[in-house]
Design a protein around this ligand. Structure first.
Ligand code: SF4
Length: 257
């Protein structure tokens, strides 16, 4: 079986189809500016908001070059933490755009959108899904546990500005939990102003520290978003896709064999 260090999958993603994960952090512990209550990577790790190179872009590109000719809808920057903390994300994304058939996607917790210098690196992504689990600072701190100094109101302001410049598909991902049900309407009203191309309602269906909301609750939440382009994790049937290395892929997704 082929062993890769920086890439995993492809997995069948309800949001992206056949998605090949790219992890530019690739350490033992997660590296993130948040410590979300539902994080499937666990509670421990490095909490930071400073960007640096964690792995060499050349090594990631070498693995991408070794990939056999399998069908991939999206090359997705995800992995062990917040992908945009890796300073070389723009370099790897640019290489994929030039050399591969699939599209590029980024799943981000939105914290680094505060850095305007990152915008240039992200401008050619085909899709970016921005996390937005809270409206108030109180719920933001309770659910996402950001590193000190990050405020949800600043993230909202930056998202509104970035939205105007970004030409790819702009999505918002909301983890629906009992902890944010009381402010779903405020999140919805903000989305109405932000005008994302897609609003993805998720709930922790994989092993995590908190319980998912049930289908009935999700249906109610979805109704609140009526009139906006909304999809929910309960609506979509995933296709079966064979990963290049099942064991590695399952470990990264918080599953045991
Ligand atoms: S943003 Fe993602 S990686 Fe970071 S703590 Fe939250 S769920 Fe985990």
């Amino acid at each position: 079986m082929i062993k890769f260090t920086y890439i995993y999958g492809p997995v069948s993603s309800w949001r992206l189809g056949a998605s090949l994960g790219i992890d530019l952090l690739s350490g033992k512990e997660k590296v993130c500016s948040f410590n979300c209550v539902y994080c499937q990577l666990g509670k421990n790790g490095m909490a930071c908001i400073n960007r640096r190179n964690y792995v060499r872009a050349e090594n990631v590109i070498e693995e991408l070059n070794k990939l056999s000719d399998i069908h991939i809808d999206y090359y997705t920057f995800s992995g062990k933490g917040e992908p945009t903390l890796a300073k070389n994300i723009g370099k790897v994304a640019a290489w994929i755009k030039k050399n591969k058939k699939g599209k590029t996607a980024l799943l981000t917790n939105s914290s680094t959108i505060l850095y305007k210098r990152l915008w240039k690196e992200l401008k050619d992504m085909d899709l970016i899904a921005f996390k937005l689990d809270a409206y108030s600072e109180e719920v933001f701190k309770r659910i996402n546990k950001p590193v000190m100094g990050i405020k949800i109101k600043d993230i909202r302001k930056s998202l509104l500005k970035f939205r105007k410049t970004f030409k790819g598909k702009f999505a918002v991902q909301i983890m629906v939990l009992k902890e944010n049900l009381d402010e779903i309407k405020e999140i919805r009203n903000f989305c109405e102003i932000l005008k994302p191309d897609e609003i993805q309602l998720n709930t922790p269906l994989r092993p995590s520290g908190v319980q998912p909301v049930d289908k009935k609750t999700m249906t109610k939440v979805k109704k609140i978003f009526k009139g906006l382009p909304v999809i929910s994790a309960y609506d979509i049937k995933k296709k079966k896709i064979k990963p290049i290395n099942i064991k590695d892929t399952m470990k990264r997704r918080g599953k045991k064999l």
